[in-house]
Design a protein around this ligand. Sequence first.
Ligand code: ZN
Length: 335
Amino acid sequence: MASKISKARLESDHSALISAEAYSKEKYGTALCPDLRCLCRLRGVSATSRNVDGEQIPVAAYFGLPPNAEKNGSGHTKRCRFNVEETVKRLVAKSKEIKEFDEGSEPILFGPRGDIAEYRLHILMELLGTKPFSVDQDDADSLKGKGRRTGTEYVRTDKVLAPYFRMARAVHTLIARVREKPELERWIRLKYAEHTIPWSEYFYDMGEHVYLYDFLVKHGQLIGAKKRTRPAAVAVAIDTTREVYLAKHGSWAVPCRTSLCVVKDGSRIALKPSLYVNDEKLARKIHRWNLALVCAIPTTEPLAPAPAPRLSPHARINLRVVSGAQVCQYNLNET
Ligand SMILES: [Zn+2]
């Protein structure tokens, strides 16, 4: 299993990262794996397009291993995070280990069932080194958890599992990993309470709010509904031109930018994410960010008709933040 890598380090200067689009060997010299524990040689592959059923599909530029690199021992090192095969092997080993921990317990890894293996999110995070419980020490309302040991032991109760889905910073790191190796995406199934959620139904990036809306409507996760239990990680743009305000129900609202989304028939709908925060200080902190990642249980409402001919039908998407650990600044260019 090979990874397509979007950024590489330069042999001439390990601190410099270069994107696959900008790279040329003549200009920049040899490119290396961006993982500092690895630094194996990579080759740049230019952007191209591919003919699929008579349609030209663009393929973005990327870095990959030179031919036969793995065979002749110059591939990614064992500890390299781009070594997908090794990561999967470790996942399987870890899952087995956990299964042995309690013979009567439900297996954490389901597979191979066809191509799909399922991992509990907390195991995946542990193995990808995302440190799910490394929350801000200064943050008084950080989620309380059992700590490091969780994830290496089998945990039956959903109450203990739940915090993993609400750890925005850990999920943020996981998003970066999945982006680096899209192959991982299809291996991830999130087990949460009675639900099994594929990664594509858990994380909603900017520009994907319409899929989140469809997901919430499909599962009846509506504002005011009694049963609303599916968690999601949602990226939202903060509207810094509007002020934080005290909402009716006593929490602080952080204004977010409306997403204009094109739906199947080509018409547009306006989705308005609303962020509700218990703590005013936290609300004001979030208000200074451009983009935020919120890990919460979102709710929505049926589309309301367009208020004027030039406007679009609209709906709110509510995201309630109970703890500071549920939200973090969203910036994947920093990693
Ligand atoms: Zn590597």
